[in-house]
Design a protein around this ligand. Structure first.
Ligand SMILES: *Cc1c(COP(=O)(O)O)cnc(C)c1O
Length: 464
């Protein structure tokens, strides 16, 4: 092991001061967001949903967007710049030790809430407060996003209201306590606080809920008050933008040790941690500097939106209150099997990640959870890190790429995004160790059915 190369720390003064906007570099023109009625979303309507500054960023064609000083300070408080590590012991554990094959990973797990999500939570909370809003509403499934936004709210002095899917609210009291300790209000969804929630709540006050219902409640609550806006933790392009601090740091860190990765890997739920690491490198591919760079998004086999979905217009949510986007989707009514990587169970993928896939700038693969969580076990025993179930998808793919390169006698430098730690999601490992974990493959029939319920959109009316 080369001690000096084991942990690559970016000096604080090199912390990126701007986010990188990949939109102006894309091969094809990005598509606009549409309102649920199928018409292109106008600026004013978008500003009724999201903080105004975020809407501006979403339509910006500037290459770089300044990160305000207060956000930079909060980033530093939350462990930015994060280290990159070379996984020497993992390489040895999987039999690829030596200097032909190198596995590096970016440590987004070191942030206080344990994942990359804070990078956008802090930014959105700041922009909401600067605009004079009282607070943000959001939904959370497993609780990672709710905790990140709660921290953003605490740091920026903003009220956060989280609708948490009731089944998780009951099964993950630790996440709820975490959010409460940061001052956020957490409501089990469906709740009796919104029309959308009441419909279900009044029939069954113990309704387990779903992400779709929780989204509807959070959107309704923001729309019915002038002082609140809605906050999303993934999928939309301004979220991917906020995450690009990750990849910009990573590029400089790799430069510091005279490396440039051959392969970039990230797991994909809505696509934000992947985009955060990949976009700054993808720019080099799009501008012809690194034409052979291999960029891989990794999905669960139970929810392979990019790998097996269709590139088409679809609602961002099950309840059809969120905007319509052109993306790879399994259909908005597709309900994935309850795999443990809860953060990867989204029916679509971020518009820019979808477009990059469609343009052939990146590719995607899908893996089963038994394989990925077993990779998580290898990681925890070799590198002393228990990855989040979501993260194990990127990790397992990195291991596969490394082993394949070894077999083919190739040299390869691999960099993957270690998006989060698994300390609050240990049930997945508990089941794996007990032998109770099963694999789910998505049922073709279900997807076909769900893809038959897409919105009617006539592109020719707005794409010149
Ligand atoms: C939420 C989450 C993801 C998936 O979300 P993306 O927007 O696709 O990044 C991945 N890893 C961790 C640790 C998460 O919490």
């Amino acid at each position: 092991m080369d001690l000096m190369n084991n942990k690559i720390q970016l000096p604080l003064e090199k912390l990126p001061r701007k986010w990188l906007n990949i939109a102006p570099f894309m091969k094809s023109k990005p598509y606009p967001l549409l309102l649920p009625n199928g018409k292109p979303a106008d600026f004013d309507t978008m500003c009724q949903i999201f903080p105004t500054e975020c809407v501006k960023q979403a339509v910006s064609q500037e290459e770089f967007i300044d990160i305000p000083k207060e956000i930079l300070e909060a980033y530093v408080l939350c462990s930015r710049p994060t280290p990159i590590q070379r996984a020497y012991r993992l390489e040895k554990a999987i039999g690829v030790e030596g200097d032909d094959i190198k596995i590096f990973f970016k440590r987004e797990d070191v942030s206080p809430m344990g994942s990359h999500k804070g990078n956008t939570a802090i930014a959105q909370a700041y922009f909401a407060r600067e605009q004079g809003l009282k607070g943000l509403t959001t939904e959370t499934g497993a609780g990672q996003w709710g905790s990140a936004l709660s921290l953003g709210g605490a740091l920026m002095d903003l009220q956060i209201k989280v609708w948490m899917v009731r089944i998780s609210y009951q099964q993950k009291p630790g996440r709820k306590t975490l959010m409460n300790s940061l001052g956020a209000t957490v409501l089990p969804s469906p709740s009796d606080q919104t029309q959308a929630g009441k419909k279900f709540y009044e029939k069954d006050s113990n309704h387990p809920g779903s992400l779709g219902i929780a989204i509807s409640e959070a959107v309704e609550a923001s729309m019915s008050s002038d002082e609140f806006r809605y906050s999303l933790g993934s999928v939309v392009d301004f979220v991917c933008l906020h995450q690009t601090i990750v990849g910009q740091e990573a590029k400089m860190q790799m430069e510091m040790i005279n490396e440039y990765p051959d392969v970039i890997i990230g797991c994909i739920g809505g696509g934000s941690n992947f985009a955060g690491l990949a976009f700054p490198f993808m720019k080099d591919k799009l501008t012809g500097k690194k034409p052979n760079l291999d960029i891989i998004g990794v999905e669960p086999m139970a929810c392979p939106s990019l790998t097996k979905g269709e590139f088409t217009w679809d609602f961002g949510d099950t309840a059809h209150v969120a905007p319509i986007v052109k993306m790879y989707t399994l259909g908005n009514s597709f309900i994935p099997a309850p795999v443990h990587a809860g953060g990867l169970r989204y029916h679509g993928a971020a518009p820019l990640v979808s477009l990059a896939t469609h343009d052939g700038v990146m590719r995607s693969i899908a893996l089963h959870q038994l394989e990925t969580l077993n990779a998580g076990i290898i990681m925890s025993k070799s590198e002393a890190l228990i990855p989040a179930p979501e993260t194990t998808h990127a990790l397992a793919a990195a291991i596969n790429v490394a082993k394949e390169a070894k077999q083919n006698g190739e040299k390869k430098t691999i960099l993957y995004n270690h998006s989060g730690h698994g300390f609050l999601d240990l049930q997945a490992y508990e089941k794996l160790i007990a032998g109770d974990l099963v694999d789910y493959e998505y049922p073709d029939e279900e997807v076909k059915k769900s893809l038959s319920e897409l919105p009617d959109v006539d592109e020719s009316t707005f794409m010149g």
